[in-house]
Design a protein around this ligand. Sequence first.
Ligand SMILES: Nc1ncnc2c1ncn2[C@@H]1O[C@H](COP(=O)(O)OP(=O)(O)OP(=O)(O)O)[C@@H](O)[C@H]1O
Ligand SMILES: [Mg+2]
Length: 239
Amino acid sequence: MGNQLASVILSGVRRTYASSGGDVHAVNDVDLEVADGEFIVLMGTSGSGKTTLLNLIGGLDRASAGRLEVLGEDLAGLSEARLARLRMISIGFVFQELNLLPELTLQENVALPLEGSGVTRAEARRRADEALVRVGLSGLGPRFPDEVSGGQQQRAAIARAVVGERRLMLADEPTGALDSATGAQVMKTLRDLCDSGVTAIVSTHNPANAEYADRVVRMQDGRIVEITAGSSFTSGQSA
Ligand SMILES: Nc1ncnc2c1ncn2[C@@H]1O[C@H](COP(=O)(O)OP(=O)(O)OP(=O)(O)O)[C@@H](O)[C@H]1O
Ligand SMILES: [Mg+2]
């Protein structure tokens, strides 16, 4: 499960929304440490706080209280500009759908975060091709998103999430729009990347996806209510 370094350390993290019906504690006093290279599957019923938690870890949203340390940075101490830079250089996001820009090829989509970070266009494209190979899409770089399958589109989104030096991937229901066989391929791709050192936190409604995880974190009403070893961690023993 990777080495001892922690990629993500959350302590007492809360996100409270003021709504017409009173305060909503979308994330409520969450503590979690994720090791470098670990694969976490986040489960829980609709409204349990999975998306809110992923957005906090990725710096897309700010916590109401508590401490978030991501890749060695205390997020509360970062300006918006430094947060944006951390996201661009180090963190990849994958969503349920519409991950790719339709007017760009897969290679151009994957290269996008690098072009914003100052590498030359040729170097960005070379690294994009490398990332496409890592997710099993070698040769598909010149295609446009509507010229490949839904599963291939998600794997391209995963390539973009890990392109260059990016080591932390946050995925919100990445298999939600896919049939189960295609979803399994996408989860396997994520598993392989974690085995090569990427850290992934992946939300899902599908209990079968626990099979790929090192640990399964279950949320309910904004809290972590259970953490169990995934099948990948127990390798054959019952969890
Ligand atoms: N902008 C907002 N304003 C008020 N409440 C919100 C807001 N965003 C989320 N919530 C509430 O926070 C709680 C957690 O929502 P969240 O989207 O994190 O759940 P989730 O586990 O991702 O659900 P799903 O499985 O349906 O995607 C829910 O009660 C939701 O209604
Ligand atoms: Mg959600």
